[in-house]
Design a protein around this ligand. Structure first.
Ligand code: PEP
Length: 250
C-alpha cells in the first residue's frame, strides 16, 4: 500500500503569526480525516520553527519549499538543508515549476539539492510537469521523462525508496484549470512506468502526487485514480478547511 499524502505548499504567503494560526487550524481538524492520510505543510523558511513547534505532538509533518545546492558557507541568502533538518523538517520540495521558471532551477542544481536533502535525511518532494505549450504539442510525456531521467535516475535504490514525486502541470498551477482525473492518471501511470524502467518493483511504492488547482470539490475524483497517491496543494492549502477537505476527499 502506497502512502497517501496531502502536502500544502504555502509559497510566499502568510506572515509568521498567520502561519501558526493556519497550522493550528489544520491540526484541530486532522482528527476528522482518515488516519491513513499523511498531512504535510510547507511554510516559508521564516515560519518553519514556529510552525514545527505548533505542530509538535500532532501527526502533521513539516517540509521546506527549497534548500541550497551547497553544504554551507558564503552563499548570501541561501538556506542549507542541514539548517532545515535541524529545525525538525522532514521534507523539502525540490524542482517546483516556479523555481524552475523564475529562479533558473536546472537538473544540474537539482541534483545537488537532492544530494543535500538526502545527506540530511530530508525526504524530497520532487516536482515535474510540462507547460501549456509542451502539453499542446503533445510533449508532456517526454518532458516529465527527461525531468525524471536527469535527476531521479541518479539516485541510489536506497534514496529512491524515500522519494515522493509530484506531477504538476504548469498550466494548472494557480490557474483554476485542473487536469482531468483521466489526464492525471494517464501521466501518473506513465511516470511510474519510467520509474519502473530504472528501479523495478520499487516504483510501485513511490507516492506520486498531483498538483494544480486541486480543491475539495475535485480532489475526490482525481485521488480515486490508481496511480494518484495524493496532492501537492497551493492555493487551497492556505485555508485549513479547504486543505482538510482535500484530505477528506480520499
Ligand atoms: C503548487 O504550486 O504546488 C500548486 C499545486 O498550486 P495550486 O494548487 O495553487 O495550483
Amino acid at each position: 500500500m502506497r502512502k497517501k499524502i496531502v502536502a500544502g505548499n504555502w509559497k510566499m504567503n502568510t506572515l509568521p503569526a498567520e502561519g501558526v494560526e493556519l497550522a493550528k487550524g489544520v491540526a484541530a481538524g486532522k482528527g476528522e480525516v482518515c488516519d491513513s492520510v499523511n498531512f504535510i505543510v510547507c511554510p516559508p523558511f521564516t515560519h518553519l520553527h514556529s510552525v514545527i513547534e505548533t505542530l509538535k505532538g500532532t501527526a502533521i509533518e513539516v517540509g521546506a519549499q527549497d534548500c541550497a545546492t551547497e553544504v554551507k558557507g558564503a552563499y548570501t541568502g541561501e538556506v542549507a538543508a542541514s539548517m532545515i533538518a535541524a529545525l525538525g523538517c522532514k521534507y523539502v520540495i525540490l524542482g517546483h515549476s516556479e523555481r524552475r521558471q523564475y529562479y533558473g532551477e536546472t537538473s544540474e542544481s537539482l541534483n545537488k539539492k537532492m544530494a543535500r536533502a538526502y545527506e540530511n535525511n530530508l525526504v524530497p518532494i520532487y516536482c515535474v510537469g510540462e507547460n501549456l505549450e509542451e502539453r499542446e504539442a503533445g510533449r508532456h510525456f517526454e518532458v516529465c521523462k527527461q525531468q525524471i531521467e536527469e535527476v531521479v535516475f541518479n539516485l541510489s535504490e536506497e534514496q529512491f525508496a524515500k522519494l515522493v514525486i509530484a506531477y504538476e502541470p504548469v498550466w494548472a498551477i494557480g490557474t483554476g484549470k485542473t487536469a482531468t482525473a483521466d489526464q492525471a492518471q494517464e501521466i501518473h501511470a506513465y511516470i511510474r512506468e519510467v520509474l519502473r524502467s530504472k528501479f523495478g518493483a520499487a516504483a510501485e511504492e513511490c507516492p506520486i502526487l498531483y498538483g494544480g488547482s486541486c480543491k475539495p470539490s475535485n480532489a475526490g475524483e482525481i485521488f480515486s485514480k490508481a496511480d494518484v497517491d495524493g496532492g501537492l496543494i497551493g492555493g487551497a492549502a492556505l485555508k485549513a478547511e479547504d486543505f482538510l477537505g482535500i484530505g477528506k476527499a480520499f
